[in-house]
Design a protein around this ligand. Structure first.
Ligand code: GLU
Length: 477
């Protein structure tokens, strides 16, 4: 299928939503699987609601996710001439007509139809009209078939039959001269030689009208795939109240694009019980045979789990470069440059196993960047006692005395002190960990102490003893 062509056609009226990103992904995968072309078309005809920020969010979001398009971005706002030509063509061929009914007239027809329990569709008053009242505003309507049925053949939903009598002569050009969504979509799909239309199933009801237009332009009706929407765990359509819904928000929270893409593909698509996919595996296996017919449920826990999986697989070097924007945002770049890089890489390797997002990873290593350790308050109350201060004082002396500040010697120093003093290792290790990291949980203490280096460790143990003095008013001499 060398000439297969699909498009992602977002309206730039807000963030790049998870649902939009999934639609883009399915289009992308389908194109790549079939060596077709993936086109990006920005549907910015609504001047009031379309914004430059939103266009940027779409472009940056897709780029970050790695969903590269082959053609575009095309902007509908720059294609008005093409739409005008197509309106003229339909008028000339008698497939569309000017409708002079005023909004008031239309409203009263509507009310009447409703009171008579009829579907309030336009009654086609102007369909056969031949006069053109000078200066009177008009819209242009498409002459829809009045009888028969229209079949939407959908790769996900199967065949859906629409009754033409229920579809009206819809407006293709408003009285202000702007073309409508159903019209421009078809003009563009025809012009861009689109063969397959993959989009959310909220567009399903537009499809028969669009099919009329493909026929009117003598264009083979594309294949459709209407994908079920995404729901929250409460079965309601995914919205802000379910948490972050934009691609940008996940990026800012420290999700990896591979993890998000992997999560998105599973929102509605499955391949046996496989959960973790490389992009190439998705491309190789993607087809509409495995798309679920019911709404997908967004599960933030599963996304976190996938993200953790991808973080674990990254090397420390890769993670450090991924962390850089976050380090910069926290104003820690100078600090990063002044610290020993190889030690930081070791720390990343030790910490990544416990982190589910890049932000968590950075948070868990905050003691490496900070000059002053901030102690976990509850732990400090429990562990920074008079008795423990004595242990720390002893450790301060022993650690200061180590020449070769390696993990092996650090371990020996701590263990021998515990044994000689008849203490359990934890009695010494826990306050020491709190003193050097501010935390009760960290990678292996001996490794951390080596990574932090003698100077910083000695200073931190000293500071902890000072803290204990001031906070307990105890003379620990
Ligand atoms: N612009 C439409 C939207 O953002 C999509 C149109 C289409 O895919 O046909 O919902």
């Amino acid at each position: 299928m060398d000439d297969l062509r699909v498009r992602f056609a977002p309206s730039p009226t807000g963030v790049l939503h998870i649902g939009g990103a999934r639609t883009a992904l399915f289009n992308y995968l389908f194109a790549r699987h079939n060596t077709g072309k993936f086109i990006l078309r920005i549907e910015d005809t609504d001047k009031e609601r379309s914004t430059k920020e939103s266009v940027d969010a779409i472009i940056n979001g897709l780029t970050w996710l790695g969903l590269h398009w082959d053609e575009g971005p095309f902007y509908q706002s720059q294609r008005t001439e093409l739409y005008k030509q197509h309106v003229d063509q339909l008028l000339k061929e008698g497939k569309a007509y000017r409708c002079y009914c005023t909004p008031e007239e239309l409203e009263s027809k509507r009310t009447k139809a409703l009171s008579e329990k009829r579907k309030p569709i336009y009654d086609r008053t102007c369909r056969e009209r031949t006069d053109h009242p000078e200066g009177k505003p008009y819209v242009i309507r498409f002459k829809s078939p009045m009888y028969g049925t229209t079949m939407v053949k959908d790769m996900v939903k199967g065949n859906i039959l629409f009754n033409n009598e229920e579809l009206e002569d819809f407006v293709i050009l408003r009285s202000d001269g702007s073309p409508t969504y159903n019209f421009v979509v078809v003009v563009d799909d025809v012009d861009m030689h689109i063969t397959h239309i993959i989009r959310g199933d909220d567009h399903l009801n537009n499809t028969p009208k669009q099919i009329f237009l493909y026929h009117a332009f003598d264009y083979p009706v594309p294949q459709f795939a209407h994908i079920p929407l995404i729901h929250g765990t409460d079965k309601a359509r995914l919205s802000k109240r379910h948490g972050a819904t934009s691609v940008e928000a996940y990026r800012e929270e420290g999700y990896l694009p591979e993890a998000l893409v992997n999560y998105l593909v599973r929102l509605g698509w499955s391949f046996g019980d496989k959960e973790v996919f490389t992009l190439q595996e998705m491309i190789d296996n993607f087809s509409f045979d495995n798309i679920s017919k019911s709404a997908a449920v967004f599960n933030p826990e599963k996304l976190l789990w996938l993200n953790a999986t991808y973080i674990r697989e990254k090397s420390a070097e890769q993670l450090l470069s991924l962390l850089e924007p976050f380090i910069k945002a926290r104003g820690l770049m100078d600090c990063l440059n002044s610290l020993d890089r190889s030690n930081l890489l070791k720390l990343i390797d030790e910490t990544k196993i416990r982190s589910r997002t890049l932000l968590e990873l950075l948070d868990m290593m905050d003691y490496y960047f900070k000059t002053d350790v901030v102690y976990d308050e509850i732990a400090a109350k429990k562990l920074f006692t008079q008795e423990k201060a004595v242990y720390l004082q002893a450790m301060l002396t022993r650690l200061s005395g180590i020449e070769d500040f390696s993990q092996k010697h650090i371990e020996e120093a701590i263990k021998s002190y515990a044994t000689e003093s008849g203490l359990k290792l934890g009695d010494v290790a826990q306050p020491l960990r709190l003193a050097v990291t501010g935390r009760t949980v960290s990678p292996g203490l001996f490794e951390i102490i080596e990574i932090l280096g003698k100077e910083r460790v000695v200073k931190r143990v000293f500071n902890a003893i000072e803290y204990m003095k001031t906070n307990h008013g105890q003379n620990i001499g």
